[in-house]
Design a protein around this ligand. Structure first.
Ligand code: FES
Ligand code: FES
Length: 212
């Protein structure tokens, strides 16, 4: 039994040891011996996804975001983490045909889903037409936002084909048409810090087959 007079515990230790791990008296020596503490996973959950055409099974801490599952567990690092708060769109992927911010959703919520990341759209030798167009029109500078921009743009054209209206669609009873206004509105969740917007519009417009 430790001598309580030797017990020195600071706020950080209390926080670290209190976060899901039994709170027991520790001297500083005992804490040092224990080394850095990783959050303890009490339960892991199995989740099956179809990612870029391949069946994948993961055992995950249920708090794992889809973004971290893709990047850290499946090593698909094409999808980027910008803000991790749903504000930049760098993490956009296509899930069951709809684009979403993968930082804002937990992987375990997508049991059985089909996920497409930028790696699944095309390869360097066989690029998706949207990837080719981004290269042709210089739709990027640093490239950090680009995987999200490309996934989003592919899904935007699909949304238009399906007749899904946006905030700027005037006539909700008519099929929305591709336009610069529709594109800017629909891509407004994808921020480009380099400001490559004009070239992104040119790239997506070419794939849409509409001059804007
Ligand atoms: S990283 Fe997901 S929106 Fe920014
Ligand atoms: S190309 Fe750099 S953030 Fe978009």
């Amino acid at each position: 039994m430790e001598n309580n007079q030797n017990l020195k515990i600071n706020r950080r230790d209390l926080f670290v040891y209190g976060a899901g791990i039994a709170v027991v008296p520790h001297t500083e020596a005992a804490l040092e011996k224990a080394g850095p503490v990783s959050p303890k996973i009490e339960h892991s959950y199995g989740v099956s996804l179809r990612v870029n055409g391949k069946a994948r099974r993961l055992e995950l801490d249920p708090r794992t975001t889809l973004l971290d599952a893709l990047r850290e567990h499946l090593h698909l690092t094409g999808t980027k983490k910008g803000c991790d708060h749903g504000q930049c769109g760098a993490c956009t992927v296509i899930v069951d045909g709809r684009r979403l911010n993968s930082c804002l959703t937990l992987a375990v919520m997508h049991e059985g889903s089909t996920v497409t990341t930028v790696e699944g759209l095309g390869t360097p030798d066989a690029m998706h037409p949207m990837q080719t167009s981004f290269v042709k029109h210089d739709g990027f500078q640093c490239g950090y936002c680009t995987p999200g921009q490309i996934c989003s743009a592919v899904a935007v054209l699909d949304e238009l084909k399906q007749g899904i209206p946006s905030h700027v669609t005037g006539d909700l009873t008519a099929k929305p048409m591709f336009s610069a206004e529709e594109l800017r509105e629909r891509m407004s969740g994808n921020i480009c810090r380099c400001g490559a917007y004009a070239n992104i519009v040119a790239a997506v417009s070419e794939v849409a087959g509409v001059a804007v």
